[in-house]
Design a binder for this molecule. Structure first.
Ligand code: 1HN
Length: 378
């Protein structure tokens, strides 16, 4: 390789912490370029920052815009083999136009028209669906048809066969979260096409999936069932349970008992019923309820998050950005950016509408690698 072809480009610069720029130094640098060598004294800053400096930036996507564009795509773009899904990903403005919401997390709005089927496939990427509004689609995971309704959270660990079908006369939208950007770095991904059509026996519309009938009984594990694949065997966490867990935390707080994160701020994490750990190996998922008029502490953490407003409205501050947010809006909190929330104050005392935030993060990866750090800054 000649020096001019080398991807290594070294510039001799005059700086207090750099060697004097002499003909000998220039020749040394050409030698490094030719041998594909990079000396530490020209590179260290950005590789070992004193604190995390995310390549991503805080950003907000408005649900009304996503929904409008997804509906347009519904009219124009067919769903089928090839693209596989009518999923439209959020691209963080500083990640080079790639469909990455954060350096580790993918987020998309997916849209399925009446009667449509998204064909079966499987991949090593861990995924979930969350429904902010609408119903009528069943996702079929390993032959188990799982209904999707407002507030339901559907984890979908890697390597499970899955397809979706809209059994109604209305289009439906939801969000998908996956660890695609993280797995892209690992270079350990696999993907396989399944059948083009699921069987009639699977194109059913039960109110509860088989997985829920087996696993969705609090504190009760079926004795004869061993679950060995990664992630949760429970394929849907219905909103009714999430809602009750959050409202009970706030009621208990009023009665003088512990349980909330801080006054007026209830939160739950979706867990795997077989071991109590995160629902997916690489993704943690939580729902936070911030009571009317409450402002949370400002927290920063290593690792990134994506939030979707499930209900209510308020103001969120991420680093230097402050946004008013309302139902469906999505925003990103990059690593180590300070984050706080203020829910809208009630107009009357009887106004009970809290701000409900759905959140997912890459925390399980950071905890496994012992890279998790958290700081309350105010
Ligand atoms: C996928 O399989 C789904 O199954 C959604 O709904 C989004 C984005 C990239 C690759 C596969 C789904 C996806 C995806």
């Amino acid at each position: 390789m000649t020096t001019t072809d080398s991807p290594v480009r070294l510039r001799a610069v005059s700086a207090p912490d750099q060697p004097d720029v002499t003909p000998a130094l220039r020749e040394l640098y050409r030698g490094f370029e030719q041998e594909l060598l990079v000396p530490l004294w020209t590179e260290i800053g950005d590789l070992m920052p004193a604190h995390p400096q995310s390549r991503a930036v805080p950003h907000l996507w408005r649900w009304e815009n996503l929904l409008r564009l997804a509906a347009q795509a519904g009219d124009i773009v067919p769903v089928g083999r090839g693209g596989e899904r009518r999923a439209i990903a959020l691209a963080n403005p500083t990640l080079g136009g790639r469909p990455f919401a954060t350096p580790t997390l993918w987020t998309a709005i997916q849209y399925l028209m009446p009667g449509e089927n998204a064909p079966e496939h499987r991949h090593t990427q861990h995924a979930f669906r969350f429904v902010v509004e609408g119903s009528g689609v069943w996702t079929v995971v390993g032959g188990d048809a799982v209904p999707m309704n407002r507030g339901d959270f559907l984890p979908q660990a890697g390597w499970n066969w899955h397809a979706h079908h809209n059994a109604t006369s209305e289009p439906m939208a939801w969000i998908d979260g996956l660890d695609i950007p993280f797995q892209y770095v690992t270079e350990a991904q696999f993907f396989e096409f399944g059948r083009d059509e699921i069987s009639d026996a699977e194109r059913i519309t039960p109110e509860r999936s088989r997985s829920e009938r087996l696993w969705a009984h609090p504190g009760l594990t079926p004795i004869a069932v061993t679950h060995t694949t990664p992630g949760s065997p429970l394929l849907s966490y219905k909103w009714e349970y999430t809602d009750r867990a959050l409202s009970d935390q706030l009621l208990l707080e009023k009665e003088g008992y512990a349980g909330t994160v801080e006054p007026g701020h209830a939160a739950v994490r979706y867990s795997n019923p077989t071991d109590g750990r995160d629902v997916l190996p690489t993704i943690r998922v939580e729902v936070h309820r911030v009571a009317r008029g409450i402002e949370t502490a400002t927290v920063r953490e290593t690792g990134s998050s994506v939030y979707q407003v499930f209900d209510g409205s308020g103001t969120v501050t991420v680093g230097d950005h402050t946004w008013s947010v309302t139902r469906g809006d999505l925003f990103v909190v990059p690593s180590w950016e300070p984050f706080s929330v203020r829910s809208e104050a009630g107009i009357t005392d009887s106004d009970s509408q809290a701000l409900d935030l759905f959140r997912f993060t890459d925390a399980p990866v950071f905890e496994t690698l012992r890279l998790n750090r958290q700081e309350t800054t105010r």
